[in-house]
Ligand binder design. Sequence first.
Ligand code: G6P
Length: 612
Amino acid sequence: MCGIVGYLGQKEAYPILIKGLHRLEYRGYDSAGIALINGGLNVYKRKGKVAELEAFVKGKDISGPIGIAHTRWATHGEPTDENAHPHMSQSKELSLIHNGIIENYDVLRNELINRGYTFNSHTDTEVLVYLIEDIQKNEGVELSEAVRIALNQVIGAYAIVILSKNDPDTLIAAKKGSPLVIGIGEDEFFIASDATPIVEYTKEVVYLNDEEMAVIRRNNDLRIKTIKNQDKTPYIQTLEMNLSQLEKGGFEHFMLKEIYEQPRSIMDSMRGRLNAKKGIVSLGGIIDYEQKMVAANRIIIIACGTSWHAGLVGEYLFEDLARTPVEVEYASEFRYRNPVIYENDVVIAISQSGETADTLAAIELARSKGATILGICNVVGSSIARATDAGSYTHAGPEIGVASTKAFTAQVTVLTLMALRIAQLKGTLSKSRFQQILFELESIPEKVEKTLKVSKRVITIAEEFCQVRNFLYLGRGYNFPVALEGALKLKEISYIHAEGYPAAEMKHGPIALIDEEMPVVFIAPLKGVYEKVISNIQEVKARRGKVIAIVTEGDHAVSEMADYTIEIPETEEMLVPLLATIPLQKLSYHIALMRGCNVDQPRNLAKSVTVE
Ligand code: G6P
């Protein structure tokens, strides 16, 4: 949610900053802007994507070895040229970029208006840069001190970088709630919302903690202190990410590349954790907490969006395999509804980005009640990974497409491993059954590979239905969350209204929508409540709805009734979500493409939601 990049060094800043913005564009793409110092301070900003900013600056002065840049996901104020970042102080000496929300901006703004300031935008960010300048002038302090004092007055979340025309050798950055990472090169520094713009220049990074600020000067001078003025020693970490993971690798879109990466990402999420032959499941990150999980009366899973759907699969897994009761909560609801949490509850927070504001706040709440908190995150070193007691990374690799694909299957894989491990410790599965499931899990990457070959079939279905206005997705048991995820994928990237339901619930409402125009996607593998799903399909056919069914290879009964079928390989019931999700991702992708939508950057969405 908003991407931030900064550079200070010997090279020209512009190409580095623009490339960085492209890498961060998945975070927001309403408008983009850049500020560079070369003698004077040049600020250029434009509504629209980074490409529009690039076209706008053609022929203008974009030189200078220091600069900041921003790609925005609008919160306060519409996406316009004026509301785009960077924002300048009243005197035009300071320039600031910001990710987050200043909650008390209205009070601060009114105070500044009373003191004679006039604003050019509707953003909370402009209020912050005015406030900093006001403090600097009135209290006669240097810029870093003015930033520090100002940050003690703001309520809310921020990651900021500030540049002063009068000091072309310094960048000041700070964060609370929104992420910020500093890359340390040779005689140069990089700042960014995440490591993706930095990795091609250096692997040495420092992640800022909440309420920390960095004062970065030429000649390798990096100082970190808290906003309460305590000095901190920079903790330098080495990035594991590599550049090829951030490129499209011959695919037309990141989303398609990420869909096709799933055999590998699922394998990577199991690597070193599963040995079916020896009957071993081991998750090193949570080893010290296994007994807490075994003893837990209840597991509470908190997450948002697609991660919440993975959590729902987790509910079926933990209850079915380990016999532990599970509640799955939207983090945004959990945090505000005074939930009952006991000390022997284990909370599992699931997040691809590890930065989702609601999930972070829910973790804090659970912590204050004494619960044990584990994380399942994809981004190493992210805020949620650091805020939890322990956890397991998903190892799916960077996910750039805004609509989540490989992160979902990786989350489900890790949840499966966790549930199996707890089942083993609790003795809720026989040894032979346990091992049978492990063998099947080991074969899943290969089966995903096979499932990916359904393109022709999916394209035919996409052609038939790409112009409809509504879609219904139905599944039962383990496949109810798959139905929800299928529907979410379609609405996110194609803007077709789609709803997911437990198949049997259809008769309590959605059945009223069914007519010959309505495509209904059934996830109907030859497992679990197959017979019951057949009855649900008949109910749809009786009302002339169009049935698209995801079925097990060799299926007859459903295939005879359905208008279209897509086959997936046979597997254990609890592993079907890992296969059934794949054709649904591809269906959304092809429908969105046929409708001319921007698959990787769907309108209004952002990948990493760092505001509540
Ligand atoms: C945003 C993204 C979704 C994602 C959700 C939760 O809404 O667009 O794809 O599922 O946030 O994100 P997280 O990073 O916590 O999994």
